[in-house]
Design a binder for this molecule. Structure first.
Ligand SMILES: [Ca+2]
Length: 293
């Protein structure tokens, strides 16, 4: 998949909310980002949300209330984390048109709305690594369903597990929110036993900004990937009230992340002047995991 839009987000590093912080540990997946379109060309967005998996049977109904039953399309974007270092086979069945990309390569293309039964492709994975996955779907009439499974020598064929799916890829930033949080520093958030895997709520953002809400006593963890389109040096800024940290990995592996900026006392909204400026060299096509708060 071309790496374009997301990188622009760097300019929009906006006020990150009070006490957000970065996951220092491996976090479990929560699902895959879904975009639903009220046409069959993936053009007019009707709704976006997180789906727990890619085994969905809508029958003659619709994924989202109010969407036209027979003329819609959908795009599912995320990453899947491999559990074994071996060849993995993806098996796709559907009622509708489907296109599947794994790690940016189109692997299955059956775009007419027809029955698809056990179309499969095999790719080599390394345990613990995350791989881009994109599935597009088109429904023109009749029933609608998708069913993407995976298997390997060590993995019996099964639907993609929610905990191995990550939505923070291309077009969305995952926001994990903890409410009723006392204190004003990031450590108050990361010290919680519910951090990072059991937030009060999980939602999806389209930029790295949480608007000033007037709410108090909460913390956020925002997680996503950056896809620079040009190799070069980039400056990162953050603004926040009360406090925030920005972490970045210079590869697709979140284990390599470093804290590159922090705010320890409140700044004005979008006030970049009081925060440390961080200059980084970034390579094209290298996914960058930002973790912040
Ligand atoms: Ca159909």
């Amino acid at each position: 998949m071309p790496a374009k839009r997301h990188f622009l987000r760097l300019r929009h590093f906006e006020p990150l909310e009070p006490r957000c912080l970065l996951a220092l540990e491996t976090i479990a997946g929560t699902g895959i980002a879904a975009q639903y379109f009220s046409d069959i060309k993936l053009q007019t967005i009707f709704a976006t949300r997180l789906e727990t998996g890619l085994t969905q049977n809508w029958g003659s109904g619709v994924p989202v209330a109010g969407l036209n039953a027979d003329q819609f399309s959908a795009r599912f974007l995320g990453q899947i984390e491999a559990t074994f270092t071996e060849a993995h086979t993806f098996t796709l069945s559907a009622d509708g048109g489907v296109r599947l990309w794994i790690n940016g390569r189109k692997e299955i293309d059956r775009w007419s709305d027809a029955a698809v039964t056990n179309a499969s492709i095999t790719v080599d994975f390394v345990s613990g690594r995350k791989y881009d996955i994109q599935l597009e779907f088109k429904e023109t009439g009749g029933a609608a369903s998708i069913d993407l499974k995976w298997s390997s020598a060590s993995l019996p064929i099964q639907s993609l597990p929610t905990v191995r799916l990550f939505p923070s890829e291309r077009g969305s930033i995952e926001r994990r929110l903890w409410s009723s949080l006392a204190g004003s520093d990031v450590a108050a958030l990361t010290a919680l036993t519910t951090y990072p895997n059991s937030p009060t709520s999980i939602s999806s953002l389209t930029s790295l900004e949480v608007a000033s809400s007037g709410a108090n006593q909460y913390g956020d963890l925002l997680v996503g990937n950056l896809h620079p389109t040009t190799t070069g040096a980039y400056r990162f800024y953050i603004a926040a009230d009360d406090s925030a940290e920005l972490w970045l990995s210079n590869s697709a592996d979140p284990l390599g992340k470093q804290r590159i900026a922090l705010v320890t006392s409140p700044t004005a909204i979008r006030d970049w002047t009081t925060t440390p400026m961080i200059l980084l060299s970034v390579s094209v096509n290298k996914a960058i995991t930002t973790k912040e708060t």
